[in-house]
Design a protein around this ligand. Sequence first.
Ligand SMILES: C[S@@+](CC[C@H](N)C(=O)[O-])C[C@H]1O[C@@H](n2cnc3c(N)ncnc32)[C@H](O)[C@@H]1O
Length: 266
Amino acid sequence: MDDQQFRKLLQYLGFSWRGYRKVRKGVIKRIRRHMHQLGCQNIAAYLYKLEKSHGARAECERLMTVSISRFFRDRKLWQILQMEILPGLIETHRQKIFVWSAGCASGEEVYSLKILWDDLNASIPHLPELEITATDLNPVYLERARAGVYPSSSLKEFTEQFRSAYFHTKKSMELYEIKPSLKKGIIWQTQHLLSDPTGSQFHIIFLRNNLLTYYQDRLKKPAFSKVINQLSTSGFLIIGSHERLPFERTDLVPYGSLSYVFEKRG
Ligand SMILES: C[S@@+](CC[C@H](N)C(=O)[O-])C[C@H]1O[C@@H](n2cnc3c(N)ncnc32)[C@H](O)[C@@H]1O
């Protein structure tokens, strides 16, 4: 499959060339394999198959997902969360804080928050309960997230001291498993941001490096509105540091100097 054919597939699915351009090699490889399995000789036959078979279409969408992530990605964000946003929320919500990590991949973002929370425990007495709902459309990534085992490349941002405080080293010495106590209080769920129903309200929503990067406007705009409906008033929306809101929303006010954190006003 060449770039022109890949662009046809992106167009058909409503995905963005800008989002996929840099990561397309690995994705194209997976799609080629899928085409082969389905007996499709060219892109036209493949698109026809996707149109006719719901299962083939769903599998194609899973194969299109990109799971690149790492612990404490965007260091500045995590500092602001630790120093300002979380202490502020804790003061106003003494019982329970609800967080949604949408498109959580293999859980790096989710466990980063758990580690931060554990660290806050030392400085803030009587922390509220923290409930994290972590969703992704790809069940394979969620399985990895549940297992909580990572290569050293995911843990680049850790000091040795932090690494040994929160991970067990696996026998091979090249893999690190998150400690069981950090796996508590997380609800892992398969969910498609474009089509699956939603319901709860959250104090923080992480929507980083997925919907806003990989989809075209016609798909991401309505899905984004649904996500924002789940953010409670005075809650925080966090997008990727290179992402932008798909349209202006006067109720989403940038937080301080960070262009990718927004507070929802009533
Ligand atoms: C590049 S990873 C980002 C992981 C993490 N949020 C971060 O910023 O490090 C993108 C994740 O979004 C998921 N994703 C993409 N489209 C999705 C959709 N429509 N619904 C749910 N998850 C989606 C992918 O499966 C993938 O795991």
